[in-house]
Design a protein around this ligand. Structure first.
Ligand code: CP
Length: 315
């Protein structure tokens, strides 16, 4: 198009020829987009994070790119959600733009529950409040199996702020299905308020020392609602895991942490640099596991998604 402006500020900057030329070119792109197999579409995957993250967000980005997808780091914090647009409408809009899958993180529990029956876009929970972090639990399962082989009958102690941990909730749901036994350990303020079938609970760290694996959790102060009558400064001495603390263990066992770790609080610097620590194995395994999850969800053949965006719909 001759003399197309270098700064397009107003429709008045365009000549009538420009307008006609744009309509024709856009029409060609429109036909190409809907012409099917001769123009195979590269899937577009986007993160949608309303809460901070290092591990989950970046490993999903790397996983998407390793699969050959295009990746968008959508920032809901500065999106039109802040102008009052509903979440569902935002999801539908992104799907109409060509985004196939969103990985959503939120501080609100069960944010995605309303979309399980009918959704405008494929969604993966990247951690929601105190509720669930399913992809973390799946990559942890992979890491545990790499180390322990068959986990049926093996014991894992989850130590720390179990009450406010979405990771703990996902592990409690997942690991017993493969026969693993779980003991939750921590000050009473950080243990679930009611019993969970087949899950042991203890406030005594020594009770966990017959386990096959330790899984440490951060104290999640950001999820405490001013009702924790516990002196946090006691935690490193009482429950923090250092090499000295685990000396009485009968065998050498792997130590896991989903991250982010508060070194000096729930885990000693010496443990992080010891052969017991598996935190970086978890991070490494996050990419192949999240590649598997992305591929599976993109290939699920759900025809109900994106009806509103179809250009061939007849009124
Ligand atoms: N494990 C985990 O969810 O870490 P991030 O908060 O860094 O994503």
């Amino acid at each position: 198009m001759n003399n197309f402006p270098s700064v397009l500020e107003s429709t008045a900057d365009l000549s009538d020829k420009h307008i006609q030329g744009l309509l024709e070119l856009a029409s060609k792109f429109q036909k190409r987009e809907s012409s099917g197999p001769s123009f195979p579409k590269i899937p577009v995957v986007s993160t949608f994070f309303l809460e901070n993250s290092t591990r989950t967000k970046n490993s999903f980005a790397v996983a998407a790119m390793r699969l050959g997808a295009h990746y968008i780091d959508f920032n809901p914090e500065n999106s039109s959600l802040n102008k009052g647009e509903r979440l569902e409408e935002t999801f539908r809009t992104l799907h109409c733009q060509g985004v196939e899958l969103l990985i959503v993180r939120a501080s609100e529990s069960q944010l995605l529950s309303e979309f399980k029956k009918s959704t405008p876009i494929r969604l993966i929970n990247g951690g929601d409040g105190t509720h669930q972090h399913p992809t973390q639990a799946l990559l942890d399962l992979m890491t545990l199996q790499n180390e322990l082989g068959n986990i049926s009958g093996k014991k894992i102690a989850i130590i720390g702020d179990c009450r406010h941990s979405r990771v703990a909730n996902s592990l409690i749901e997942l690991l017993p299905r493969l026969g693993m036994k779980i003991t939750l350990c921590g000050p009473k303020h950080f243990l679930p308020t009611s019993n969970i079938p087949n899950i042991e609970m203890t406030t005594e760290l020594e009770d966990t020392f017959d386990c096959d694996a330790l899984y440490l959790l951060r104290i999640q102060k950001e999820r405490h609602i001013n009702d924790i009558d516990y002196d946090y400064s006691l935690y490193p001495d009482e429950y923090g895991i250092s090499l000295k603390k685990i000396e009485p263990l009968k065998k050498k066992i792997p130590i896991y942490h989903p991250g982010p770790a508060n070194i000096g609080m729930e885990i000693g610097e010496d443990v992080i640099h010891s052969p017991f620590y598996r935190g970086y194995h978890q991070v490494k395994n996050s990419v192949p596991m999240r590649m598997a999850i992305i591929q599976a969800i993109l290939q699920n053949g759900d025809k109900s998604i994106g009806q509103a965006c179809r250009l061939d719909q007849v009124l």
